[in-house]
Design a protein around this ligand. Sequence first.
Ligand SMILES: C[S@@+](CC[C@H](N)C(=O)[O-])C[C@H]1O[C@@H](n2cnc3c(N)ncnc32)[C@H](O)[C@@H]1O
Length: 186
Amino acid sequence: MFPPRPTEMLHLLLKGEIAPGDFAIDATAGNGHDTVFLAQAVGETGKVLAIDVQPQAISSTAARLENEGLRDRVTLHLGCHADLAKIAGDGRPGVIVFNLGYLPGGDRAVITRTENTLKALTSAVAILRPGGLLAAICYPGHAGGDVEAAAVENLLASIPTHRSARYAIIATEKPAPFLLLTRKNS
Ligand SMILES: C[S@@+](CC[C@H](N)C(=O)[O-])C[C@H]1O[C@@H](n2cnc3c(N)ncnc32)[C@H](O)[C@@H]1O
């Protein structure tokens, strides 16, 4: 689709950013589309950590990875991304992806929450390796999503040493999802 949706744009932009052997984190595994993309991009020698609070998301992601022959490159973690620093341990990822909101096809009451999201993003900025890239897709169209989206944008905008950007489709009926990108200074 042109112009690409934020999720498509994210993958297009990340293609040039991830090298074989890299370590990447998917902080919201969901149905595994982003995790599969990251696992392909890091190659056979790379590693991905994918996190989600819902068992349904972890099993959906595992099934998608199995199907693609990528399961051995990915550590799946059932838990809250607010604990990102603890979950990642000594790992210093080059890319961290957040795709916020609810699980498509799942329980729409389980959404990412501003407080956890901000904690997770703060940890993500801290553990990202110098020159690394952090991406967040925000969904201002559902209840609470607007507050979360604004808080995420404010947080990223408050890091003056980072180079950050925003991408969205314009002139939509409902508030459109948007992609935020920030690069940690090296
Ligand atoms: C829009 S979906 C992610 C889509 C996914 N990246 C994909 O490619 O299919 C958002 C996900 O965030 C998860 N989530 C919500 N709160 C979370 C939290 N505190 N920690 C980790 N994941 C969370 C939801 O369970 C849901 O699966």
